[in-house]
Design a protein around this ligand. Structure first.
Ligand code: CTP
Length: 403
C-alpha cells in the first residue's frame, strides 16, 4: 500500500509543454489511493484540458477565482483548497511561476493557493536548458528551498525545443516515487525498531484444555499498524487471536504460552528502541501439564498453579536505551496502582485502562485510557476507537523520546 493512500493531494499545473504528462500523474496518484484536486494556471489550459483532469481526478478543476461556468458565479476559495491539501505538488513548474512563488506574487488562483497552503509543497521544474541554468531560476530554486519547499529536480534529455540538456520535468512515475520516499524518510519512527506484544496467552492444562482470557489482541495490532505507518520496523509477538495484519514493516511472531512469549520477547529486546507490552499474559499456569486428557472421575478437581514469568518486569530489569511501555487494567485505586506498577516494573510509561469505564478494556473496539509517564505526567483521554488510542500512545511516546 502506498504511503499516499488516503492523502489529499492538490496538483498545481502551470503552462509548460510537460503539462501533458500530468494526466498520467493524476492517474498514478489515484491508483496509489490518494484524493486529487487540480488547480491550473490559465496558460496551462493550452497544454492539457481541464476536462481530462477532472475526469481522471473525479473532481472539478479550479483555475480562476470565480467559477465562470455557473449562472450564479461561485468563489473558488484558495484558502479552503490550501487547507484541504495534505500535499501540494506543482508540476510542471515553469520559470515564470517559480519566480512568482519566490517573490510572493499572487496574480492567479494557483499562486494564491500556494501562499495560503500550510502543507508540504513540492515543485517539479520544467523548462528549456538555458532557462533552467539561468541565475534568476537558480535563485528561485534557492529561495523556495529556504521556504521549506521541496524540489523534484528536472532530468536531462531531449527538450521540446529540440535542444538536449537539463530541464525535462521528472517522469510521472519518478515524481510519485520521489514524493513517497521523501514522506517515508521523514516519518517520526523511521529507523526505529518497535517490539509489541498482543493478545492473550493460553496455558495448557492437558492436551485439549487451557487457561486463557478474553483479550482480542486488537489493541496490540492497532499499535503495530500505527507504528509501521509512522515508519517503524515492528516485531509483533502475539498470542492466539483472530486478528490479521500484513504490512511490509511488520514481522508477526505467533506464540501460545507466556513462556514462549517471554522467550521470543527476549530474543528481540536487545536491539529494539521501543517496547510496548499490551498482551494480557496469564499470571498463572498449571504446575504440571497432564500428558493425557484429564478424566472427570472425581467429584472435585484441584489444579495447582504457579506464577508465569512477568515479561514486562523482566525487561524493566535489563533495559538500557529502550523506551518501555506497559499496560495496567485496574479495578480499584486505579491511578495509585498504575503509578506503583510503573515504578515497580521500571517503565517509562504505563497505559491505564479501568474496568470501571464503559467501553474500556480488552474485548471491544474502543478503549478509554490514561497515560502516566516516568515524569509523573498524567494524561487522560476520552473513550476512543483502539486505532485512535494507538495513535495517541505513539504520539505521546514520540513526544517523550524527543523531550
Ligand atoms: N505482563 C507481562 N507478563 C506477565 C504479566 C503481565 O508482560 N506475566 C504485562 C502486561 O503485558 C501488561 C502489564 O504487565 O503490560 C500489566 O500486567 P498486570 O497483569 O495488570 O499487572 P501485574 O503487575 O501482573 O499486577 P496485578 O495483576 O496484580 O495487577
Amino acid at each position: 500500500m502506498s504511503i499516499l493512500s488516503g492523502k489529499n493531494i492538490l496538483l498545481g499545473i502551470t503552462g509548460g509543454i510537460a503539462a501533458y504528462k500530468t494526466a498520467s500523474l493524476v492517474r498514478l496518484f489515484v491508483k496509489a489511493g490518494a484524493h486529487i484536486k487540480v488547480v491550473m494556471t490559465p496558460s496551462s489550459k493550452e497544454f492539457v484540458t481541464p476536462l481530462t483532469l477532472s475526469t481522471l481526478s473525479k473532481n472539478p478543476v479550479y483555475s480562476s477565482f470565480v467559477n465562470e461556468d455557473e449562472d450564479n458565479a461561485v468563489w473558488n476559495n484558495h484558502v479552503d483548497l490550501g487547507l484541504w491539501a495534505d500535499l501540494f505538488i506543482i508540476a510542471p513548474a515553469t520559470a515564470n511561476t517559480l519566480a512568482k512563488m519566490a517573490n510572493g506574487v499572487c496574480d492567479n488562483l494557483l499562486l494564491a493557493t500556494y501562499l495560503s497552503a500550510k502543507c508540504p509543497v513540492y515543485f517539479a521544474p520544467a523548462m528549456d536548458l538555458d532557462m533552467y541554468l539561468h541565475e534568476s531560476t537558480l535563485h528561485s530554486f534557492q529561495v523556495l528551498k529556504s521556504y521549506g519547499n521541496i524540489m523534484i529536480p528536472a532530468t536531462s534529455g531531449e527538450l521540446a525545443s529540440g535542444l538536449v540538456g537539463e530541464g525535462r520535468m521528472a517522469e510521472p512515475e519518478d515524481i510519485l516515487t520521489f514524493i513517497e520516499n521523501d514522506i517515508l524518510d521523514k516519518l517520526p519512527l523511521k529507523g526505529k525498531k518497535v517490539l509489541i506484544t498482543a493478545g492473550p496467552t493460553y496455558e495448557a492444562i492437558d492436551p485439549v484444555r487451557f487457561i486463557g482470557n478474553h483479550s482480542s489482541g486488537k489493541m496490540g495490532f492497532e499499535i503495530a499498524k500505527a507504528s509501521a505507518n509512522l515508519g517503524a520496523e515492528v516485531i509483533l509477538i502475539t498470542g492466539p487471536t483472530h486478528e490479521k495484519i500484513t504490512h511490509s514493516l511488520i514481522n508477526v511472531i505467533s506464540v501460545v504460552s507466556a513462556e514462549a512469549m517471554f522467550n521470543e520477547v527476549h530474543n528481540y529486546f536487545k536491539n529494539v528502541d521501543i517496547a510496548i507490552l499490551s498482551a494480557a499474559v496469564a499470571d498463572f499456569k498449571p504446575k504440571e501439564i497432564a500428558s493425557q486428557k484429564i478424566k472427570k472421575n472425581t467429584e472435585t478437581f484441584t489444579l495447582e498453579l504457579v506464577k508465569t514469568k512477568d515479561i514486562l518486569a523482566s525487561l524493566g530489569a535489563i533495559k538500557t536505551k529502550q523506551y518501555l511501555v506497559g499496560f495496567a487494567l485496574e479495578t480499584t485505586n486505579e491511578l495509585k496502582n498504575a503509578k506503583e506498577k510503573l515504578k515497580r516494573k521500571n517503565l517509562n510509561l504505563i497505559v491505564l485502562n479501568s474496568l470501571n469505564d464503559e467501553g474500556a478494556g480488552f474485548k471491544g473496539d474502543t478503549n478509554k485510557v490514561t497515560f502516566i509517564d516516568d515524569e509523573d505526567t498524567v494524561t487522560e483521554y476520552q473513550l476512543k476507537s483502539k486505532a485512535a488510542v494507538a495513535s495517541d500512545l505513539l504520539n505521546k511516546i514520540i513526544e517523550n523520546i524527543h523531550a
